[in-house]
Design a protein around this ligand. Structure first.
Ligand code: PLP
Length: 395
């Protein structure tokens, strides 16, 4: 089945004990499940038979969402979690369960993931070290030196949109006995499927493209066969699971992922090309750029004709004050701290995603005070363009 068909059908229309199947999965709010005999409940508890017992272990609405995302990512199984951060936390714990408590991470990652490393894992003795994940030689050296139990990267980095060679990095990790965890929130399974490239665990903030409408906080971990049982076992006791209402909304959102993301990518590409010629714009970062430093990886790893729905650009001569004034002039575009929604969002890394880094650190990462990030929505591109234009020109 093609992706566009899978998003609409996978996970739905399950028949339960001969009852008619609903055409879409309902919201199962019950926390506890009963069977016709306690002997059967005992078999379900003992994993001899499939079925829900208690919502922290499994829930029919969550099961449907998990089956859907597993099929989109070509994984073995998934876990729906209460947020993208909860998904990341349990993915790291799963990866490190039987491995040295050392993570080699890409240095260009979401700010809260860096904080998680420091504040959640650091105090429990997990060591995080950082490398330029797009420099394969540096990754090879760091793997040999640090001997990590886990390698971590984002499939597309934030906000400068660098793309590491996941397949090569997966090979290096595998040869060193480390698990590869990939946060693929920016890419969605429509742009790239890291498990098919050798990743072991794939994480999504479902809050973003999967749910897609700015009304759900959620996450998903997709696992290969090797790590799935450990992931589920940890989740049973740690309990980071998604609520069934959010599960339902996420599944409903995913049904339109293909049409939304295709339009968002097309809008982003048009905006990137238009901004590159704008007199108030210094530089544009977008994955279709022929001079992109990772153009080879992008050609090889991305789905044909899609370059992602996020772009960043630097405003000529701008500083924090002028960027804030530019954002205040936006009339339609939402200056919000997220991405992946149907409406276009504009984020200023200096005050949001990369706020906690020192100005020197930001400068070293190439994140200047003149840089803003746009997550293209599904609106008419002319309207997004007109709003950016009037705000850029100071109208
Ligand atoms: C790449 C990435 N990963 C993870 C997260 C965390 O997701 P959530 O906010 O759903 O916990 C975010 C949130 O912005 C993100 O951008």
């Amino acid at each position: 089945m093609k992706f566009e068909t899978q998003v609409v059908h996978a996970g739905d229309r399950k028949r339960v004990s001969g009852a008619p199947a609903p055409s879409t999965t309902p919201i199962h709010l019950a926390t506890t499940y009963l069977y016709e005999s306690t002997a059967r409940l005992d078999r379900v508890f003992g994993h001899e038979e499939e079925g829900p017992t208690y919502s922290r272990y499994s829930n029919p609405t969550n099961d449907a969402l998990e089956e859907l995302v597993t099929s989109l990512e070509r994984g073995h199984g998934s876990l729906a979690t209460a947020s993208g951060m909860a998904a990341l936390q349990i993915a790291f714990q799963t990866a490190l369960l039987d491995r040295p408590h050392r993570v080699l991470s890409a240095n260009a990652i979401y700010g809260s993931t860096i904080k998680m490393a420091e504040q959640v894992f650091g105090p429990f003795g997990v060591d995080f070290s950082y490398v330029d994940i797009c420099d394969l030689k540096a990754v090879e050296r760091a793997v040999a030196e640090k001997k990590p139990g886990c390698v971590f990267m984002e499939s597309v980095s934030n906000p400068l949109l660098r793309v590491g060679r996941i397949d090569e990095i997966a090979r290096l990790a595998r040869e060193a006995g480390a698990a590869l965890v990939v946060d693929s929130t920016f890419a969605t399974p429509m742009l790239m499927r890291p498990i098919t490239l050798g990743a072991n665990l794939v994480v999504h903030s479902a809050t973003k493209y999967l749910a897609g409408h700015g009304d759900v906080l959620g996450g998903v971990v997709v696992s290969d066969q090797e790590h799935y049982e450990a992931l589920r076992n940890l989740a049973r006791v740690a309990g980071p699971v998604l609520g069934p209402f959010e599960s339902y909304l996420t599944m409903r959102g995913i049904k339109t992922l293909a049409v939304r993301f295709e339009r968002q990518c097309a809008n982003a590409k048009r905006l990137a090309e238009w901004l590159a010629a704008h007199p108030r714009v210094e530089r544009v970062y977008y994955c279709s750029d022929a001079n992109h430093p990772d153009a080879c990886a992008i050609r090889r790893l991305f789905s044909p004709e899609l370059f992602g729905a996020i772009l960043s650009f630097e405003i000529k001569g701008a500083n924090k004050e002028t960027v804030l004034a530019f954002m205040d002039r936006l009339r339609m575009i939402v200056p919000g701290t997220s991405l992946g929604d149907v409406h276009t969002l504009l984020l200023y890394p200096t005050i949001a995603s990369h706020r906690d880094l020192s100005p020197k650190m930001r400068e070293r990462m190439g994140i200047r005070d003149s840089l803003v990030r746009v997550a293209a929505g599904i609106e008419a591109v002319e309207d997004i363009q007109a709003d950016l234009d009037q705000a850029l020109r100071g109208a």
